[in-house]
Design a protein around this ligand. Structure first.
Ligand code: 13P
Length: 247
């Protein structure tokens, strides 16, 4: 059985003080939940969040670079993220792909590095509105999944989380129909079965992301292929995010 996993992606929000306050509140509100919970906070808040010693709420980052260390101004390494208590790292988020022009090859290098260093990647895949209208949704997610995971060994696959985030549903309030999301996620799982094995594919958690709110989370969680959610805007408020976790 796959443990449900709901993660908040705070994106470029919250000062250290704001992050600490929200995380403390969240930790209290989600105690006892059977769902695994994480917040992916800005780099600047991670050390302070780690120092809180939270037991229920895990920590993740929103990006990292693939090299061990070196002259890469502005970048953050896997070792640095481990040092500040991260267990997860979001890689290939659509904002990284579209605003910062990250491609599958770069994202794949990051995935391999994260796994090699012991971080669990949350690999994001998803189609744009144009691609959806052109009937390319499944092609896009299959390609991004296959390229993103190139070279990942079967032994590491179960620690990978995939987030299906249709680009048109991110931050728009317009969410994907849950049955449609389930179908795309089933296609991603089938891709994993083809690349690895059915048994391994069944172990990988695949989240839905894109305008998830307290009012729609249950529809997604009722779908057999959807194992959780990656929540942006609605994760910023601790009470709102806790009500998503307690769907
Ligand atoms: P929203 O929940 O704000 O649509 O963002 C989704 C997202 O990008 C999570 O990574």
């Amino acid at each position: 059985m796959r443990t449900p996993f709901i993660a908040g992606n705070w994106k470029m929000h919250k000062t250290v003080g704001e992050a600490v306050e929200a995380a403390r509140k969240l930790e209290e509100l989600v105690q006892g939940s059977p769902v695994e919970v994480a917040i992916c906070a800005p780099f600047t808040s991670l050390a302070a969040l780690s120092a809180l010693g939270l037991s229920k709420v895990k920590l993740g980052a929103q990006n990292m670079y693939w090299a061990d260390q070196g002259a890469f101004t502005g970048e953050i390494s896997a070792a640095m993220l481990l040092d500040v208590g991260c267990e997860y790292v979001i890689l290939g988020h659509s904002e990284r792909r579209h605003i910062f022009k990250e491609d599958d090859e770069l994202i794949n290098k990051k995935v391999l590095q994260a796994l090699q260093k012991g971080l669990k990647p949350i690999l994001c895949v998803g189609e744009t509105l144009e691609e959806r209208r052109a009937g390319q949704t499944e092609n896009v997610v299959v390609t991004q999944t296959t390229r993103g995971l190139a070279g990942v060994g079967a032994d590491k696959l179960p620690t990978v989380v995939i987030a299906y985030e249709p680009v048109w549903a991110i931050g728009t309030g317009e969410y994907c129909d849950a049955a449609d999301a389930n179908q795309v996620i089933a296609r991603i799982r089938q891709t994993l079965a083809e690349l690895y094995s059915e048994e391994l594919a069944q172990q990988v958690r695949i989240q839905y992301g894109g305008s998830v709110k307290p009012g729609n989370i249950r529809e997604f969680m009722e779908q057999p292929e959807i194992d959780g959610a990656l929540v942006g805007g609605a994760s910023l408020d601790a009470e709102g995010f806790a009500s998503i976790v307690r769907y």
